[in-house]
Design a binder for this molecule. Structure first.
Ligand SMILES: O=C[C@H](O)[C@H](O)[C@H](O)COP(=O)(O)O
Length: 231
């Protein structure tokens, strides 16, 4: 089974967790998009949900496919968020933000009673950090913020390349108008300590470590869909 087929399979499996009447956080990325397409099929058959998208990109796709949408202002408390991930460990800790949507994704996940992560099995890791950690930063003083990230991570014994995310010759800009720094620390022995250290830096808006947010994870592999965490 190729990666696209695994994404479709896990997206279909996620539908079993969606109930009529739910206020649903809708994630971002290729796996979340497979879920949006599967969800649209159910909505056209009569499933009643309202979605709160985590990015302009997902909002556009939902709109094109006829999924009813609201904002987090309209619905500040959600029943379930379904979203992808770049890495997941056995304790359901995640790295997210490969697509640059981490800030809205984290706000929406935190506003949800449950977060269901969907991914292919290649995203399961023993230790987080092989995927560069996305860190969303304010554009003001980005060089000072980068240096502060370097110092804070060095205090934790972490080093590696810390780069501003670019699209061609221009910085990548998030939906919130911020920049992304991708930090290739390598394995992160203490994600909680790194999270706290990053949050202490004024220019850091948010980072892609999702700790204590995921309630369960569905992973699609050659043998079918495996579930980590509670039902
Ligand atoms: O910013 C993007 C998100 O965190 C995505 O959910 C994450 O990058 C996984 O994306 P994909 O399903 O395309 O691998």
């Amino acid at each position: 089974m190729d990666a696209a087929a695994m994404k479709d399979e896990v997206a279909r499996a996620a539908l079993a967790h969606v109930e009529s009447g739910m206020r649903l956080g809708i994630g971002t990325g290729s796996t979340a998009e497979a879920f949006i397409r599967a969800l649209a099929g159910r909505v056209s058959e009569g499933l009643r949900i309202v979605g709160v998208p985590t990015s302009e990109r997902s909002a556009k796709l939902c709109g094109e496919l006829g999924i009813p949408l609201a904002t987090l202002e309209d619905l500040p408390e959600l029943d379930l968020t379904i979203d992808g991930a770049d890495e997941v460990d056995a304790r359901l800790r995640l790295i997210k933000g490969g697509g640059g949507a981490l800030l809205r994704e984290k706000i929406v996940a935190a506003a949800s009673a449950r977060m269901l992560v969907i991914a292919d099995a290649s995203k399961k890791v023993e230790h987080l950090g092989a995927f560069p950690l996305p860190i969303e930063v304010n554009g003001f003083g980005v060089l000072a913020t980068t240096l502060a990230i370097e110092k804070a991570s060095a205090m934790l014994g972490l080093s590696g390349s810390i780069r501003l995310r670019m699209v061609g010759d221009k910085p990548f800009i998030t939906d919130g108008g911020h920049l992304i720094i991708d930090a290739s620390f390598g394995l992160i022995p203490d994600p909680e300590a790194l999270s706290a250290a990053l949050h202490a830096i004024p220019g850091v808006v948010e980072h892609g470590l999702f700790l204590g947010l995921a309630s369960s994870v569905l992973l699609a592999g050659p043998e079918g869909v495996e579930r980590l965490g509670a039902a």
